[in-house]
Ligand binder design. Structure first.
Ligand code: DGJ
Length: 693
C-alpha cells in the first residue's frame, strides 16, 4: 500500500510517497505533472538491484534513517540522556492537510521520538517552505536534525554554493558532483560572510536565463550545515539544518529552521525571482509598506567615532540637499566610545559629545525633512565597559578567549541579560523620535549555540512589538548576518562594508539570486574608497548605488560641484523610479562578455524595465558584444533609451543608434539580437530604460 501526497502550482509538482507506513520520499519534483497515480510513480522509480547491493535499496526519505541501512547521512543523529546513541525507525501516525500545505507526523515507540515534517507551497512565489520538528517523551541530546530532505537532480554536473569574506560577500562556488559529500558547516554562531546558507543546483546547460535549476535557502542566523550527497547508487540528497551540536543541553523539542526550496524551468532567474518576491512579499514585515524606500545617509565613513554636533548637523544638511531622506548616526554616540576598544553594552548617550542628549540632532534632522536612525550592537560587550565591570559573568566564553574587535559576546540566552539590554535600548527608543535601527554584530561566537540565536531573535521580536514603526537594518561587519531568519524580523541588510562600486557591482549581482532591490542597502562611498583605496568616478559610484536601496556614506563636504550635480541627478532618477523598481524582479543577464556584469530590473507585466550594464574590467575584444535581454513579450515593441548617454567617452567615435536617442524594437530583437552599446571605459556603467509602446 502506497501513501502519497501532492503539492502543486502552475510551475511545479512535488509528490511524496511512502510504502508500509514508512517515512515518505520525494518521488517527483519538477514541472507540473499530468495524472500519474503515486503507486505507479513509486514502482516506476524503484531502482534495480545487482551484485554487491542490498536486496532492496533503502528509501531516500525526507528523513533518512540510519537503522534502515541507509548508505548516506541520516536525517537525525540523537542520543539518550545517558549518551547511548538512538537509531529511530519511524512509523506513520498522522497527516494534516491544508490549502497548499501538509504536515506529516511519525513516531518511534522504542525511542519515544515523534518526527513531524511540514511542507507549504506558495502558489504565487512558487517557494516550498519545509520544516522539521522532533519531540521526545524524555530529554535527549540532539547532534543533528535536517530540515525535510529533498532530492537533487542527476542531470546536474555541478552545484553552486555561496562563500565570501569581509568586503567580498556572495562569491559563488561551482563544485562538480562526485561520489560522497559536498559538506558546508558554519560553526561561527552567526550566518557569516563566509557561509551564506544557499545552494543552487543547475541542470546541464542552465544559465541565468534558461534551463532547469533547483534552489535552496536555510533561514537561520546561527550557522548552518549543508550536505549535498551523491549516494553510491547515484541518488542525490540535499540536507540543511543548524550546525551540528548547537543544542547544548538535553531537551524534549527541537526544530529545524524553515528550508526554502524552489524549482525553476527558466534558469537561475526563475529561482532568484521566487526568492526575491518571497522575501519581499511574504517574509519581511514592512513597518510602513506604503512609504517609498527613503534615500539613506549613513555617517560612518564620514566621521567614524568622531561625533561632533556642528559637523554632524552640517553633514546632515548637505546630505538632505543632495536628496537624502534618512540620516543614520552610526557607532560612537554612547558610553565613551572614542574608538572600537570600549563601551559596547553601555547604551547611554555620551554627554561629552551630546551634552543635551541626541534630541537637538534629531530635531535638526527632522527639520531637514529626514527621519533619524541609530546604530546599536546589542549582542556585544567590551571588557572595557561599565556593564562588563559590574557583570563579567554576562559575557559568553572563557576568561582567556581571543577577543574579536576587542569585544566579547553577551549571553542573550540569559533572561536577565536580555531584559537589561532591552531596558537600555527601549529607553533610548522611547526618549527619541527614532525611526530606524542599524543592528550590528561584529564578531563570531566563542562557540556555536542555538540558544544565543533564539535569544537575539526574542530581543528583536520584543522591541518590534513595542516599536512597530521602527525599521531595522541587519549588519554584521557588512554582510555577516543575511538570511531569511533574521529578515523575518528586519527589513534591510548592510550587504557589505565595501562601498567600492566595482566590488559592489559583483556582490549585488550575486546577492540578487536571493535578495530584491528593497532589501540590500547600497551607498555612494568616498572618492577614494576606504576599504580598497580605489578611486572611482562619482557617476559609476552613484549608478551602482541606484541599483539597490540607494544611500550615501561619503562626507558630503568632499564633493566638488560636478560630483554633487551628478549625485543629485542620479538620486532624482532613483526617486522617480523607485516605486516601480521596488516591486520589480531583478534578472541577471547572460552577458557574452565576462567583463560586463548586467542585470535587467523589470515589472511583473514585462512592460517596463531598466538595464544596468557595468564594466568590471577591460574586454578581450575591441567592440562591445550585443547584450541580450530576457523575459520580454516577443511580439511587443519596446522603446529603449540610454539614460546616461552623455557619459559616452570621446574615444567612442562610431554611431550605435543608442548614442543618439531611443530606439524602438521588438522583444524578440532585444532577447535574441541584443542591445549594441557604445564603447566604454572599464569601471563605468550603462543605464538603459525600456517601455513597452
Ligand atoms: C561595522 C559596520 O559594518 C559598519 O558599517 C559600521 O557600522 C561599523 N561596524 C561601526 O563600528
Amino acid at each position: 500500500m502506497i501513501q502519497s501526497w501532492r503539492l502543486e502550482d502552475a510551475r511545479q509538482t512535488l509528490v511524496l510517497a511512502a510504502r508500509r507506513e514508512r517515512l515518505p520520499e520525494v518521488v517527483y519534483w519538477g514541472p507540473p505533472l499530468p495524472g500519474a497515480d503515486a503507486e505507479t510513480l513509486f514502482a516506476a522509480r524503484t531502482l534495480d538491484v545487482t551484485g554487491g547491493m542490498l536486496d532492496e535499496n533503502p528509501d531516500l526519505s525526507i528523513c533518512p534513517e540510519a537503522v534502515r541501512t541507509f548508505p548516506g547521512q541520516p536525517g537525525i543523529i540523537i542520543r539518550a540522556q545517558d549518551g547511548a546513541p538512538l537509531l529511530p525507525k519511524f512509523c506513520f501516525a498522522a497527516e494534516e492537510t491544508r490549502e497548499n500545505g501538509l504536515t506529516l507526523t511519525y513516531t518511534d515507540a522504542d525511542s519515544g521520538l515523534t518526527y513531524a515534517a511540514s511542507f507549504d507551497l506558495d502558489p504565487d512565489t512558487h517557494i516550498i517552505t519545509a520544516q522539521a520538528r522532533l519531540t521526545s517523551d524524555t530529554p535527549k541530546h540532539l547532534h543533528w536534525l535536517s530540515a525535510p530532505v529533498l532530492p537533487a537532480p542527476q542531470q546536474s554536473d555541478e552545484m553552486i554554493d555561496v562563500s565570501g569574506r569581509w568586503c567580498g560577500e556572495f562569491q559563488l562556488n561551482r563544485t562538480a558532483w562526485s561520489p560522497g559529500i559536498r559538506y558546508r558547516e558554519n560553526r561561527t554562531g552567526r550566518t557569516g560572510h563566509e557561509h551564506f546558507p544557499g545552494l543552487l543546483v543547475p541542470c546541464r546547460g542552465a544559465t541565468n536565463t534558461q534551463g532547469e535549476v533547483y534552489a535552496f535557502h536555510y533561514g537561520w542566523s546561527g550557522g548552518h550545515r549543508m550536505i549535498a550527497e551523491a549516494l553510491p547508487d547515484g541518488r542525490r540528497q540535499i540536507q540543511f539544518g543548524h550546525a551540528a551540536r548547537m543544542e547544548t543541553s538535553a531537551a524534549t523539542e527541537f526544530r529545524s529552521a524553515p528550508l526554502y526550496a524552489v524549482y525553476s524551468s527558466d534558469g537561475l532567474n526563475g529561482c532568484a525571482v521566487s526568492f526575491q518576491r518571497h522575501l519581499r512579499d511574504r517574509i519581511i514585515t514592512w513597518p510602513k509598506p506604503a512609504t517609498p524606500r527613503p534615500v539613506h545617509y549613513n555617517c560612518w565613513e564620514a566621521v567614524y567615532f568622531d561625533h561632533n554636533m556642528p559637523v554632524l548637523k552640517d553633514i546632515a544638511s548637505r546630505a538632505a540637499a543632495l536628496g537624502a531622506e534618512r540620516f543614520v548616526l552610526d557607532d560612537g554616540w554612547f558610553g565613551n566610545r572614542d574608538d572600537d576598544t570600549r563601551s559596547l553594552s553601555d547604551w547611554t548617550v555620551d554627554p561629552r559629545k551630546f551634552p543635551e542628549g541626541l534630541t537637538p540632532l534629531v530635531d535638526h534632522i527632522h527639520q531637514l525633512g529626514m527621519t533619524f536612525g541609530l546604530w546599536f550592537e546589542p549582542e556585544m560587550i567590551n571588557p572595557d565597559s561599565d556593564v562588563h565591570r559590574a557583570h563579567p559573568d554576562w559575557a559568553l566564553g572563557g576568561e582567556d578567549q581571543t577577543l574579536g574587535r576587542h569585544q566579547k559576546v553577551i549571553d542573550m540566552a540569559n533572561p536577565e541579560v536580555q531584559s537589561f539590554i532591552h531596558a537600555r535600548m527601549s529607553a533610548i527608543l522611547r526618549d527619541h523620535a527614532i525611526d530606524y535601527i542599524k543592528w550590528d554584530h561584529n564578531r563570531v561566537l566563542p562557540a556555536p549555540d542555538a540558544a544565543q540565536t533564539r535569544g537575539s531573535y526574542a530581543l528583536i521580536d520584543r522591541l518590534r512589538r513595542e516599536f512597530p514603526a521602527v525599521e531595522i537594518e541587519t549588519c554584521a561587519s557588512g554582510g555577516g548576518r543575511i538570511d531569511f531568519g533574521i529578515l523575518q524580523r528586519t527589513q534591510r541588510v548592510w550587504l557589505s562594508d565595501s562601498n567600492d562600486a566595482l566590488e559592489r557591482l559583483k556582490i549585488q549581482h550575486n546577492a540578487a539570486l536571493f535578495l530584491p532591490l528593497a532589501v540590500p542597502g547600497s551607498h555612494v562611498g568616498p572618492r577614494e574608497c576606504h576599504t580598497s583605496g580605489r578611486h572611482l568616478d562619482i557617476s559609476f559610484r552613484a549608478w551602482v548605488a541606484a541599483q539597490r536601496h540607494m544611500g550615501f556614506e561619503m562626507d558630503p563636504r568632499e564633493l566638488d560641484d560636478r560630483e554633487a550635480a551628478v549625485l543629485s541627478e542620479v538620486t532624482r532618477w532613483w526617486k522617480d523610479n523607485r516605486d516601480w523598481m521596488t516591486g520589480a524582479d531583478i534578472l541577471r543577464l547572460d552577458s557574452a562578455d565576462p567583463s560586463v556584469i548586467a542585470e535587467q530590473q523589470m515589472t511583473r507585466e514585462a512592460d517596463r524595465f531598466v538595464v544596468f550594464a557595468g564594466r568590471n574590467g577591460t574586454s578581450a575584444q575591441i567592440a562591445p558584444r550585443p547584450l541580450r535581454l530576457t523575459r520580454l513579450s516577443p511580439s511587443a515593441t519596446y522603446r529603449v533609451q540610454l539614460v546616461n548617454r552623455n557619459a559616452a567617452s570621446t574615444l567612442s567615435r562610431g554611431a550605435p543608434a543608442l548614442k543618439d536617442g531611443p530606439i524602438e524594437v521588438s522583444g524578440t530583437f532585444l532577447m535574441h539580437g541584443g542591445l549594441t552599446l557604445p564603447w566604454s571605459f572599464p569601471e563605468s556603467i550603462w543605464v538603459l530604460e525600456g517601455r513597452q509602446t
